[in-house]
Design a protein around this ligand. Structure first.
Ligand code: GRF
Length: 207
């Protein structure tokens, strides 16, 4: 698919935002032909909001406590994304589970990055889970978001070796460095129209 305009992405982030920064860096360096009009956070103090402002994106804080329930909060978020004509939503360290109506509103248009080789170690503290299990290879996954937790169709993955003496922190840092390469790459595949969903398999057209 040849697009006449750059894909408009929106990022949801709750914290540090280093993956957001990797996306911004890829856009600014011309490695990723996308626009980032808006970043939304559920935390007022998220460093991600600061990174968004520096890039010139709208940085929106939505306070979950201001909404009656998750549905109302999700609807508010969908409103912000629609206002900015977002075509792909990228979760980058977003710590809330999206409700079913949010996911259904944007079919095949929500991605997440997770610091494990899914389906192993979904949920919180993936690196800790990997160390406790004793795996020799950890990694990162970018996947489409479905209504479960870290359970959607896998777009791409990268393995990361576990080293003797690794702590949760050292392993997380090694995985994070790979995440920063992986996420912009997955977004580029989407932007170039190279991803097709066949059942729950993502077929990647490489050319
Ligand atoms: C990353 O490890 C990501 O895989 C996970 O949360 C962390 C977010 O880090 N979902 P950052 O906010 O992008 O720095």
């Amino acid at each position: 698919m040849i697009r006449s305009e750059s894909l408009r992405i929106g990022v949801l982030a709750s914290g540090r935002g280093s993956n957001l920064q990797a996306i911004i860096d890829a856009i600014e360096a011309g490695r990723l032909d996308c626009r980032l009009p808006v970043v939304v956070s559920d935390r007022a103090d998220a460093q991600a909001l600061e990174r968004a402002r520096k890039h010139g994106a709208k940085a929106v804080f939505l306070d979950p406590r201001a909404y009656g329930d998750r549905e109302a909060f999700d609807q508010a978020m969908l409103g912000v994304l629609a206002e900015h004509r977002v075509e792909l939503v990228c979760l980058a360290g977003y710590m809330r589970v999206l409700g079913a109506s949010f996911v259904r509103a944007l079919p095949g248009q929500i991605m997440n990055i997770h610091p494990a080789l899914l389906p192993a170690f979904p949920g919180l503290h993936a690196q800790r889970q990997a160390l406790q299990y004793g795996v020799k290879v950890a990694g990162a996954t970018v996947h489409f978001v479905d209504e479960g937790v870290d359970s959607g169709p896998i777009i791409c993955q990268v393995p990361v070796p576990v080293r003797e003496g690794d702590t949760e922190e050292t392993l997380a840092a090694r995985i994070l460095a790979e995440e920063h390469q992986l996420y912009p790459r997955a977004i580029r595949l989407f932007a170039e129209g190279r991803l097709a969903l066949v059942g729950r398999r993502v077929v990647v057209r490489e050319d």
